[in-house]
Design a protein around this ligand. Structure first.
Ligand SMILES: *[C@@H]1O[C@H](CO)[C@@H](O)[C@H](O)[C@H]1NC(C)=O
Ligand SMILES: *[C@@H]1O[C@H](CO)[C@@H](O)[C@H](O)[C@H]1NC(C)=O
Ligand SMILES: *[C@@H]1O[C@H](CO)[C@@H](O)[C@H](O)[C@H]1NC(C)=O
Ligand SMILES: *[C@@H]1O[C@H](CO)[C@@H](O)[C@H](O)[C@H]1NC(C)=O
Ligand SMILES: *[C@@H]1O[C@H](CO)[C@@H](O)[C@H](O)[C@H]1NC(C)=O
Ligand SMILES: *[C@@H]1O[C@H](CO)[C@@H](O)[C@H](O)[C@H]1NC(C)=O
Ligand SMILES: *[C@@H]1O[C@H](CO)[C@@H](O)[C@H](O)[C@H]1NC(C)=O
Length: 422
């Protein structure tokens, strides 16, 4: 009798293993033909469940999903197709030919590792967070070589790679090792951050393979084959030297800043330990086209230059501003509205084409007279310089600490903002 009574239990056990095995692969090799989808809420995990690859709801729309590798607790560190989102009918498939493919509900392949027919026999999520496609002998593709916006400990970020978020791109310059941040659009790119962390080293040497890493102790380092002595210290995390069961990582955030973070295992919050651009309002495009960045206490806020403008998207001030009356609708009846303590951001090499040595009155009048000029800035910092903005995307910064006076071209009459109450 006892033997018979055990049977239903055995069956239940069998049934559940059969269900669980294809869904939850703890560190085991993931065989060809395996599929993840938002519907089956399955995941491919590293041996100790430190990282797992699964579909998570997209940050832009709750009905869409991205295939992401997340650290235990929820910090995402990589996503297939740089965050390409699929609907609930989508999938991530390791095909029988060894290609890893992100497919949306309509069957369109949105992204692929391009490894079909190269002999891939299995995939693995490693304890480091690296997703590896391999055969019995070697690694044929790894996510560490194709970062999206994040670099984790033991990942090597080289000058051949980019981190990308929206219009922003982070890279390490191949010859100088400078860290660079760029804002990009269809036909323009603005480098708003370009910094060497050891000028005696970056100034006098051409590097061969500069590589950025974040160490388990929180140091952000730049190493290079030509740098025989010691690596360049880019930054110490604020909690440098602190240890524990945590993840440290670098991320290009959607606000265009590169930051170092740490996150405790199991916790969903990462805490900031360093940021490359100390002054967030210096990030080009942070407040969108024609947006003005300023600080409310320590928080950057976005507004419009004057009441001649309105927010392009009232629910997101970062989307910039547009004129209530377009300049082409008031030919011959434009005026330059004065904006105190304000700069229109201008970085090399744009600076060379847009700067002139003229005083504040000419800085205003020259822009008014030039049909293509939309705004100007008299630096008033002793340099005697005036920037005439002819670009079709301009980004402004207002701070009581800025000596500059700017002018923005609007249809008559100019309608200043009420004085800031900060
Ligand atoms: C998994 O965790 C155990 C216990 O903490 C540890 O001994 C082992 O080395 C870990 N395995 C890996 C691959 O990190
Ligand atoms: C699948 O992707 C294609 C191409 O991006 C797109 O046209 C289509 O609408 C998508 N279908 C679904 C269901 O998301
Ligand atoms: C990195 O970005 C640059 C310019 O934005 C581009 O030319 C290059 O192809 C990108 N590299 C990779 C690996 O995506
Ligand atoms: C690297 O950054 C330094 C400033 O830190 C700058 O003077 C230098 O021109 C930059 N080098 C390149 C190649 O952009
Ligand atoms: C800068 O680099 C030079 C050359 O490698 C090295 O001798 C020097 O110690 C470094 N300085 C700092 C502050 O890291
Ligand atoms: C500035 O911050 C205060 C306190 O957080 C808030 O009440 C106020 O609305 C903010 N002002 C703007 C312009 O964002
Ligand atoms: C300029 O525009 C204003 C407001 O629309 C109007 O009152 C004024 O007459 C115009 N001036 C000229 C010279 O067109």
């Amino acid at each position: 009798m006892p033997a018979l009574q055990q049977r239903p239990g055995d069956l239940a056990l069998l049934c559940c293993f059969a269900l669980l095995l294809p869904l939850l692969s703890h560190g085991a090799d993931i065989p060809l033909g395996s599929t993840l989808s938002p519907r089956n809420s399955a995941s491919w995990s590293s041996p100790n469940n430190t990282f797992s690859l699964s579909f998570t709801p997209s940050s832009t729309s709750p009905s869409l999903f991205v295939a992401a590798i997340t650290y235990a607790g929820g910090v995402p560190v990589w996503s297939a197709g740089a965050g390409a989102a699929v609907d609930s009918g989508g999938s991530l498939r390791l095909s029988s030919s060894g290609d890893l493919e992100l497919i949306n509900g309509s069957g369109v392949v949105l992204w692929s590792s391009m490894t079909g027919g190269q002999g891939v026999t299995a995939a693995t999520v490693e304890e480091s967070g690296n997703l590896v496609l391999k055969n019995s002998k070697t690694t044929l593709w790894q996510s560490f070589d194709h970062p999206t916006d994040t670099v984790v400990m033991s990942q090597k970020f080289t000058s051949r790679m980019n981190l990308t978020t929206g219009p922003y791109v982070f890279s390490v310059d191949k010859s100088s090792g400078n860290l660079t941040l760029r804002w990009t659009s269809e036909n323009t790119a603005v480098t708003y951050f370009n910094k060497g962390y050891n000028t005696s080293f970056t100034g006098h040497m051409t590097l061969s393979s500069p590589t950025l890493t974040i160490q388990t102790n929180g140091l952000v380092l730049l190493t290079d084959r030509r740098l025989t002595s010691s690596p360049v210290v880019v930054a110490y995390s604020s909690n440098y030297g602190e240890s524990g069961d945590m993840l440290r990582f670098l991320r290009l955030d959607s606000d265009g800043n590169l930051r170092a973070y740490s996150a405790a295992r199991g916790g969903d919050a990462a805490s900031e330990q360093w940021s490359a651009v100390a002054d967030q309002c210096q990030v080009f495009g942070y407040c969108g086209d024609m947006g003005v960045c300023s600080y409310n206490g320590t928080s950057p806020v976005c507004g419009c230059p004057s009441q001649n403008f309105q927010l392009s998207n009232p629910s997101n001030p970062r989307d910039g501003c547009r004129r209530k009356v377009d300049l082409e609708n008031c030919p011959g009846n434009t005026t330059m509205l004065q904006l105190d303590n304000t700069q229109f951001l201008t970085y090399p090499p744009e600076v060379a084409a847009e700067q002139f040595f003229v005083g504040i009155t000419a800085c205003r009048l020259n822009c008014l007279a030039a049909g293509s000029c939309v705004a100007s800035t008299a630096l008033s910092d002793g340099s005697g310089l005036c920037w005439l903005k002819v670009s079709n995307f301009v980004s402004a910064y207002r701070s009581p600490a800025l000596p500059s006076t700017s002018f923005v071209k609007v249809c008559f009459p100019g309608l200043p903002n009420p004085p800031p109450s900060l």
